[in-house]
Design a protein around this ligand. Structure first.
Ligand code: FAD
Length: 380
């Protein structure tokens, strides 16, 4: 995915698309299909002899000193309304149970965790752009109704796109009160959408799909003793505007296991004290990076929401790209070009050059023309 696509309408009424590349050197973001990735990971795990799956088990309590945990088990075949409760003993628990993590909640009772949670005033809701009905013999690409190489949305294999509307809660409240306003709303703020998604589909998706909040969570430490650690959104849920949430979770796994490998061997036979040291080290080094990506995601929200069309933003982007281009040329001419993979922009922003996962990320519908506060939508 090489950049973002801005959609709009000119004063004469004509629709336009304007691509903004992410990188002046042509580097791209790599995107994968989320459902496909989940399936592939499950398949790989299933082949491992030391892995067992327990679906429909919900953690309800944990004692990280006694190493006991309690789960509710929903047996699909059971006629009872009440789920069965089970108790298990464990050595080590990795809590990867998402933004509203039960593991984190119980961990807080065992460690002095600093915790910060922030909701932004934006909800999100998904819509679908169906694929073109390509007739036999047409190129596969023709099934995509808009460019598949830009971050308005991520195309499905069948040529469909999943799009997400991001909008302040007050805007959702108006449309929830009268969903028939939706087609007019899209024509006003996101010109062109109603030619891709029929008005009746916009209304039915808006009514059927949930309107979900966006949360940003920072906490520290991530572990207690040798018995538990939290990773992924459980440790650092972030707003999705940098497309880095899952990336950061996968990076947690890489960092955690590299540290655990480092502490795997020692003079003492008991693995628990070595694991305690590893978890201590993990919490110490991982928090700064996780907090930085949370902040960058929030900043990118501001950029994507409003700045991409502002003249000041475009001048800044031009200058950044101009400087980056000439800096690279000067370094290259002087034989000091950075090694492959070594970004030109040092510091925190270098993380933006990593491959990222991006899907369902409907910036098309969350397009910068939306300014709910300054230009309130009125019914036709
Ligand atoms: C609109 C949107 C767009 C996004 N786009 C991107 C993107 O483009 N790129 C990207 O990298 N990230 C993106 N993200 C972020 C990404 O979805 C998350 O960072 C990622 O899913 C976190 O993975 P996780 O495994 O930590 O948590 P989750 O995916 O939330 O998984 C948690 C799991 O734990 C289970 N669970 C919860 N509670 C319990 C319990 N009590 N007991 C047992 N199990 C439990 C849940 O059922 C679930 O299976 C986006 C997020 C949103 C909301």
């Amino acid at each position: 995915m090489r950049g973002r696509m801005i959609h709009g309408r000119r004063p004469d009424g004509e629709l336009y698309e304007a691509a903004q590349d992410y990188d002046v050197h042509g580097r791209t973001i790599f995107a994968v299909d989320r459902a496909g990735l989940n399936k592939r990971l499950l398949d790989i795990l299933e082949e491992m002899p030391n892995v067992k799956f327990f679906f429909n088990h919900k953690l309800t309590g944990a004692d990280f000193k006694r190493r006991k945990a309690w789960f509710e088990f929903r047996d699909q075949a059971s006629t009872s309304d009440r789920p069965a409760e089970i108790e298990i003993d464990f050595d080590f628990m990795i809590g990867a149970d998402g933004a509203h993590s039960a593991v984190r909640y119980h961990l807080m009772k065992f460690t002095r965790m600093n915790y910060n949670q922030e909701y932004i005033d934006t909800l999100w809701c998904e819509f679908q752009i169906k694929p073109n009905n390509a007739s036999n013999g047409e190129a596969a690409g023709s099934r995509f109704r808009i460019s598949p190489n830009h971050l308005h949305i991520w195309p499905g294999k069948d040529g469909s796109f999943t799009c997400t509307l991001f909008m302040p809660g007050s805007g959702f409240a108006i449309l929830e009160a009268d969903p028939s306003l939706l087609p007019n709303f899209f024509d006003s703020f996101f010109p062109g959408v109603t030619s891709l998604i029929p008005p009746e589909d916009l209304i039915s998706s808006f009514q059927a799909n949930p309107h979900l909040p966006l949360i940003s969570i920072k906490c520290h430490p991530y572990h207690f003793s040798s018995s538990v650690v939290i990773i992924g959104d459980a440790a650092h849920a972030m707003v999705p505007f940098y497309g880095q949430g899952m990336n950061a979770g996968l990076e947690d796994v890489r960092v955690l296991f590299s540290i655990m490998d480092k502490h795997a061997k020692g003079e003492v036979n008991d693995p628990a004290p070595r694991r305690a040291l590893a978890l201590e080290e993990y919490s110490a080094i991982r928090a700064a990076d996780a907090h930085a990506i949370n902040d960058l995601a929030l900043q990118n929200y501001v950029e994507m929401r409003a700045s991409v069309l502002s003249p000041l933003y475009r001048v800044r982007k031009f200058l950044e790209e101009f400087l980056s281009f000439w800096k690279r040329k000067i370094l290259r001419d002087s034989g000091k070009e950075p090694a492959p993979g070594q970004g030109l922009n040092a510091g925190a922003l270098s993380s933006t050059r990593q491959p990222a996962f991006a899907w369902d990320f409907g910036h098309y519908l969350g397009a910068p023309t939306l300014n709910w506060n300054s230009k309130p939508f009125r019914s036709p």
